[in-house]
Design a protein around this ligand. Structure first.
Ligand code: MN
Length: 262
């Protein structure tokens, strides 16, 4: 078991996201978290990186832009931000995070979304570096209208609930806030990863030169009814907390393969 998330009031917390340094969700996260924690650092992508997954920039150099105080932008992916944030920016200042928060993403990260999500990947990178990390996402309608007040009301309770928890190495938390008014939230529920695959629609068009292009649409294939999953619970109005494992090994299949291969 790894170290616990310490007393938040004394904690040094690093924030990142995948919607970019200027995204409203990051601004709301800073506003919610600043009064609760000891020290706040922000290292986030210059440009939106939704769908970037856990990609690492290897074929070009990265630039860091210092914005003010402990706020920085990196012209790379969420993974680049967390890696440079912890192993360069904070390290140079003699600091390391007690907790890493990623978000708040505009739009839920539910079911198989987590395998595409840059929001989750920032938390994955922190986890691989050995720091407790929580990904935060707010379910929003297709027009992108987001009820940030739900996160303002419920995030402090989620953090209080996770404070003092010791979670195993290689595990991160995936938190989703429902798209309902704050006083209609039914509570906080521990859930498992559900089934929802994005990219179900490919839109074909022609550019101004008559050449075809293809645009992956957001339409999802999803199972809204599988009980106690992130998707089912968040659609009922719950805030969901799903522990995710970096180890993707399937235990039952491994067992039967061991029997097959001896
Ligand atoms: Mn995003």
């Amino acid at each position: 078991m790894r170290e616990r998330v310490p007393d938040l009031a004394k904690a040094t917390v690093l924030l990142s996201n995948d919607d970019g340094i200027d995204a409203p969700g990051l601004g709301h996260l800073e506003k919610i978290v600043a009064p609760l924690v000891g020290e706040l650092w922000v290292v986030a992508p210059e440009h939106e990186q939704s769908g970037a997954g856990h990609s690492l920039t290897l074929r070009r150099p990265l630039r860091i832009r210092h914005l003010s105080g402990h706020r920085y932008a990196v012209d790379g992916t969420p993974t680049d931000c967390v890696l440079l944030g912890i192993n360069h920016i904070m390290r140079d200042a003699g600091r390391k995070p007690d907790l890493v928060l990623s978000g708040i993403n505009r739009g839920g990260n539910l079911g198989e979304d987590v395998t595409y999500s840059g929001t989750i990947a920032a938390a994955m990178e922190a986890t691989l570096l050995g720091y407790p990390a929580i990904a935060l996402s707010l379910v929003a309608d297709s027009g992108g209208n987001a009820r940030w007040a739900v996160a303002e009301r419920w995030l402090p309770e989620v953090l209080r609930g996770l404070q003092g928890q010791s979670w195993p190495e290689g595990v991160l938390m995936n938190v989703n806030f429902p798209d309902v008014p704050p006083d209609k939230v039914t509570g906080i529920e521990a859930t498992r990863q559900g089934r929802r695959k994005p990219g179900g629609e490919i839109v074909e068009g022609r550019d101004p030169r008559g050449l075809p292009y293809y645009w992956v649409g957001g339409q999802r294939q999803e199972d809204r009814h599988r009980k106690q999953t992130d998707l089912e619970a968040v659609l009922r109005g719950a805030v969901t907390v799903t522990p995710l494992s970096m180890d993707l090994t399937h235990g039952a299949m491994l067992k039967s393969l061991k029997e097959a291969f001896g």
